[in-house]
Design a protein around this ligand. Structure first.
Ligand SMILES: Cc1ncc(COP(=O)(O)O)c(C=O)c1O
Length: 375
């Protein structure tokens, strides 16, 4: 059987990885500043993570959500205390798109309404309502286009007020820092206004923290750089350091009832063990602080590069904007310098999404390599 050909692949086959270094089948090492698309949060093969997963597998790997699983409770408690969101309730699923599907469905159940407001250049996933709230017609099939979604620009407070006044909106969904779009973020003032307008109209505010969450922005959640309290927070990616796990944190104003949400795999024993290991390492190694400090160091270094037009993002969710398209530069960084970086929908932005335990030496290595490859 052949694979369904949906990815243009780099001709590299990683076979092992440790920390921020990947090794391919020929023994060539690569510096990983992409983290497999912001997924690797505590580094590849972290010993605590590996041990916790192996130990869990020796005990029990999976059973259904029809029985007690104390690991889910342990995870909810740890996540609540580290994120400061301990009054929220946790529902676990398996990916970022699924987290947003559940968030949107919950908002619709809660309000009895169905239209959603999303923002220009957003990315919320590739399934049903999640892809409908993604500002990219090319990845929306006719079936997805049936969903009722209106897109607004950041800072368009007037437009938001007008849309919510129509009284048919269940949710406003936004990334605190846009990931795939290219690291744009609205002003603190706009954030506050969005939160206030949602509250006023009883519309559910969903913070999509799938990419920016779990410490990547230098705070546990990127919305915490602002003074707002979302109704639902969606999480995935760095949460499992590569183990597929997602979830939503739900404000206690939204009440649960049996059958409202459900999943076969969500919150399974292995997923809980992986997420607990990530949280324990984030705490023990003070990685959120490291993300902030190394992020600042990266920005200082980037400011010295004359070809860099703009440095975008926060913590270790960063973008370098050039005045040319970066695809060829990315290729040269991979094949000549053996460094993985990321791309964005904005073709002039090079994305940097390393593990949160990266150190200054790696950043110095990157800038030395970048200088050699810049036109
Ligand atoms: C902000 C955001 N939300 C949702 C998703 C979708 O996550 P997944 O690919 O796990 O479905 C992504 C993936 O890049 C993302 O960046």
């Amino acid at each position: 059987m052949k694979l369904f050909d949906v990815y243009p692949l780099y001709d590299i086959t990683p076979v092992s990885a440790k920390g921020v270094i990947l090794k391919d089948e020929k023994g060539q090492e690569f510096l990983d500043l992409y983290g497999g698309h912001a997924v690797i949060s505590i580094g590849h093969g972290h010993p605590h993570y590996v041990k916790r997963l192996k130990d869990q597998l020796d005990k029990i790997g999976f059973y259904s959500n029809a029985v007690q699983n104390p690991l889910q409770q342990e995870l909810a408690q740890k996540l609540g205390s580290l994120s400061g969101c301990d009054d929220y309730h946790l529902f676990l699923c398996n990916s970022g798109a699924e987290a947003n599907e559940n968030a949107l469905k919950l908002a619709s159940f809660h309000t009895g309404k169905s239209r959603v407001i999303a923002f220009h250049n957003s990315f919320h996933g590739r399934t049903s309502a999640a892809v409908a709230t993604t500002d990219n017609p090319a990845i929306n099939a006719p079936i997805n286009k049936q969903q009722k979604v209106s897109f607004l620009a950041f800072e368009d407070t007037t437009g938001l007020k007008q849309e919510l006044a129509k009284d048919d909106v269940c949710a406003v969904i936004m990334e605190a820092i846009q990931g795939v779009g290219g690291l744009d973020e609205p002003s603190a003032k706009f954030y506050k206004e969005v939160a206030q307008i949602c509250k006023q109209h009883k519309v559910v505010l969903i913070a999509d923290e799938v990419q920016s969450g779990f410490g990547r922005s230098g705070k546990f959640f990127a919305f915490q750089h602002h003074d707002i309290q979302p109704d639902i927070i969606s999480i995935a990616k760095g949460m499992g350091n590569g183990f597929p796990v997602g979830g939503i944190l739900i404000h206690p104003n939204i009440k649960a009832y049996y059958g409202m949400l459900g999943t076969t795999f969500g919150g399974n024993h292995m997923a809980c063990a992986a997420t607990l290991a990530v949280l324990e390492v984030l705490e023990q190694e003070d990685l959120i602080k490291n993300a902030e400090e190394i992020g600042s160091y990266f920005k200082e270094m980037a400011m010295k590069i004359p070809q860099v037009n703009r440095i975008k993002g926060k913590g270790l969710m960063l973008g370098l904007e050039f005045d040319f398209e970066v695809a060829p530069l990315r290729k040269r960084l991979i094949y000549n310098q053996h460094i993985f970086t990321g791309s964005a929908k904005d073709k002039k932005v090079l994305r940097i999404l390393p593990a949160l335990n990266i150190n200054k030496t790696h950043i110095i290595d990157f800038f030395n390599a970048l200088k050699q490859e810049l036109p």
